[in-house]
Design a protein around this ligand. Structure first.
Ligand SMILES: Cc1cc2nc3c(=O)[nH]c(=O)nc-3n(C[C@H](O)[C@H](O)[C@H](O)COP(=O)(O)O)c2cc1C
Length: 471
C-alpha cells in the first residue's frame, strides 16, 4: 500500500499489558521472571520506562477488587494476588515517565461514579494528559462479596449500571469549562462561575448532583477503554469507548468483531476511526520457529494441570468438570451470569479445534484465550501486520507471557521490524495519550449544548436565610 504525502500514515498502536509477572499462568515460574514480589513500584516503573523508550502508546493494568475462586491454596501465586491498587500505582508511574499513556482498570459495579471521575481526572492532571480508564463490569462472585452484595448482580443489570455509571462520569468530567479558572489575583476572581456546571443526575442506580471538584483535565476526558464482548458490552463500548480490548480470536472472527464494532460506532453517529480495536496478543519468540515452539512448550509445562482445569471451570462460569475424563470433549456449558464473551469464546474454540477438556484448559491457562503467536520475530511481525492491514486490528495489547524479559524481547526484536516496515512510530506524535492515538479531544457537553446547564447548588445566597449560621 502506498502512502500519500501529506496524509497521516495509519500506524499500529501498542499497549504493554503489565500483568504482574506475566500473562501466562505459569509465567511467574520462569527462571528469569521477576522474583522480587509485586509490591515493588520500581519493578513496574522500570517496565513502564522501557515501554516508553520503545514509544509504546500506553501501559495497561488489569485489575479486580478481589480473588477469583480456584482450587489450591497457592493457586494464583502471581496472577491475581499481592497487587498494588492500579490508580495509586499509575500516579507514581506518572512521575517517573513523561510520554507514555497510563491505563488502569476500575469496576463500574464496585465503585461510585464521582470517585472514579475524580481519580482519573486527577491522574490526567498529574500525568499531563496521559490517563486512561478501562471500565469493566466485573464478573467475580468474590468481588461482589467485598462490596455489600450477597451475590453478583445479573449480566443485564451490570451493563445497565455500567451504562449509567459511564454517562455520569463523562458528565462530571465536563463540570468545568476548559477556561473556567481565571486565577485573577488583582480582580479577586479565582474562576468564572458561569463556566461551572452541575450535573443534576437522577437515574436508576445513581443520584449525582455534581459538579466535580477538580478542573477539566488535559485530555478533556481521560481515555475510555472497554473490554466486554457480549452484545451489551459491544454496544456500550461502541457508544462510549475510545479503545476496545478483545482477545485475539482466529483471524476470521477477529475481522468480524472489528467490522461489527466499527459498524456499531457508526450507528451511534461516531467516526469509526475513533474507536480503536486492540486485541490482546501473547507472543513467544525464538531465533528459529522450532526454538520458539520449545520455549512455548517449556512455559506451558510450568502450569499445573489441576490449576488449568480450575481456571477453565471458573472462566466458564463456575461449572464442575471434575466428573469428566480430561480427554473428553467439553460437555454442554450452562449460561452464566458472569462474563458472556469469554465463556462463549472458550466453547467456540474447543469446538472449532476439537479440543478435549485438558487441551482447552491448558490453552486458556496459557493464553487466557485467543491465538498465541509463536515464532521468529519476522513471523510475529508478519502476523501483526496481517491483522492490522486486513481489517482485524488498529493496534495490540502486548501481553507478554512472563515479565519483564518477554516484553524486552518483543521490544528488541519485533518492534524494530514494525518500524522498518513503517508500521510503528519512531517518535511520539503528540503530548497526550489521545494525541498519540490520533483521537480527538472531546468537547464539553455544556458548551456544546447550553440547555444542559444545571446551576450548581454550591453558592450560598447573598443574604443568609433564616436559621443559617453566619461565620
Ligand atoms: C484484554 C482484556 C482485558 C481485560 N481486563 C479485565 C480486567 O482487568 N478486569 C476485569 O474485571 N475484566 C477484564 N476483562 C473482562 C471484560 O472487561 C469483561 O468483563 C468480560 O469480557 C465480560 O464481558 P461480557 O459479558 O460483555 O463478555 C478483560 C477482557 C479483555 C479482553
Amino acid at each position: 500500500m502506498t502512502h500519500a504525502p501529506g496524509t497521516p500514515r495509519r500506524q499500529i498502536k501498542l499497549f504493554a499489558h503489565l500483568l504482574n509477572t506475566g500473562n501466562q499462568m505459569g509465567g511467574w515460574r520462569h527462571p528469569e521472571a521477576h522474583d522480587g514480589g509485586l509490591h515493588d513500584i520500581h519493578y513496574f516503573l522500570r517496565m513502564a520506562q522501557e515501554a516508553e523508550a520503545a514509544k509504546f502508546d500506553a501501559v495497561f493494568f488489569a485489575d479486580g477488587p478481589g480473588f477469583r475462586r480456584v482450587v489450591g491454596r497457592n493457586a494464583f501465586a502471581a496472577m491475581d494476588v499481592g497487587k498494588l491498587e492500579p490508580v495509586t500505582m499509575l500516579a507514581a508511574l506518572a512521575m517517573g515517565t513523561s510520554r507514555i499513556g497510563l491505563i488502569a482498570t476500575c469496576s463500574t459495579s464496585f465503585n461510585e461514579p464521582y470517585n472514579i471521575a475524580r481519580k482519573f481526572a486527577s491522574l490526567d492532571h498529574i500525568s499531563r494528559g496521559r490517563a486512561g480508564w478501562n471500565a469493566v463490569t466485573s464478573t467475580g462472585e468474590n468481588e461482589a462479596h467485598n462490596f455489600n452484595f450477597d451475590t453478583l448482580e445479573g449480566h443485564a443489570t451490570r451493563y445497565a449500571r455500567a451504562t449509567e455509571f459511564i454517562d455520569v462520569v463523562r458528565g462530571l468530567w465536563d463540570s468545568w469549562e476548559d477556561d473556567a479558572f481565571l486565577l485573577d489575583k488583582v480582580g479577586g476572581r479565582y474562576f468564572n462561575p458561569d463556566k461551572l456546571h452541575a450535573l443534576g443526575h437522577r437515574g436508576t442506580f445513581y443520584r449525582v448532583e455534581g459538579p466535580l471538584n477538580i478542573g477539566r483535565s488535559p485530555q478533556g476526558h481521560p481515555l475510555l477503554v472497554q473490554a466486554g464482548g457480549s452484545a451489551e458490552g459491544r454496544d456500550l463500548g461502541a457508544r462510549t469507548a475510545d479503545a476496545i480490548f478483545t482477545p485475539n480470536p482466529p483471524i476470521d472472527a477477529a475481522r468480524a468483531f472489528y467490522a461489527d464494532m466499527k459498524a456499531r460506532a457508526a450507528a451511534h453517529g461516531r467516526d469509526p476511526a475513533h474507536l480503536l480495536i486492540m486485541p490482546s496478543i501473547q507472543t513467544v519468540i525464538g531465533a528459529t520457529e522450532s526454538e520458539a515452539r520449545e520455549r512455548a512448550a517449556y512455559l506451558d509445562s510450568l502450569i499445573p494441570p489441576d490449576l488449568a482445569l480450575s481456571w477453565l471451570q471458573m472462566s466458564l462460569g463456575g461449572v464442575d468438570l471434575s466428573g469428566y475424563p480430561p480427554d473428553a470433549p467439553l460437555p454442554p456449558i450452562p449460561p452464566t451470569k458472569g462474563g458472556h464473551s469469554l465463556r462463549q469464546g472458550i466453547i467456540d474454540r474447543a469446538a472449532r479445534y476439537n479440543l478435549s477438556i485438558a487441551e482447552i484448559a491448558r490453552h486458556v491457562a496459557a493464553t487466557r484465550l485467543g491465538e498465541r503467536f509463536v515464532g521468529t520475530p519476522t513471523q510475529v511481525a508478519d502476523q501483526l501486520e496481517l491483522l492490522f492491514k486486513t481489517g482485524a486490528a488498529d493496534g495490540f495489547v502486548i501481553s507478554a507471557p512472563w515479565l519483564p524479559g518477554a516484553l524486552t524481547e518483543f521490544i528488541e526484536t519485533v518492534v524494530p521490524m514494525l518500524r522498518e516496515r513503517g508500521l510503528f512510530r519512531t517518535e511520539y506524535e503528540g503530548a497526550t495519550l489521545r494525541d498519540n492515538l490520533g483521537l480527538p479531544r472531546p468537547s464539553n457537553r455544556f458548551v456544546e449544548n447550553p440547555d444542559l446547564h444545571v446551576e450548581p447548588e454550591v453558592w450560598l445566597p447573598a443574604e443568609p436565610t433564616a436559621g443559617e449560621a453566619t461565620v
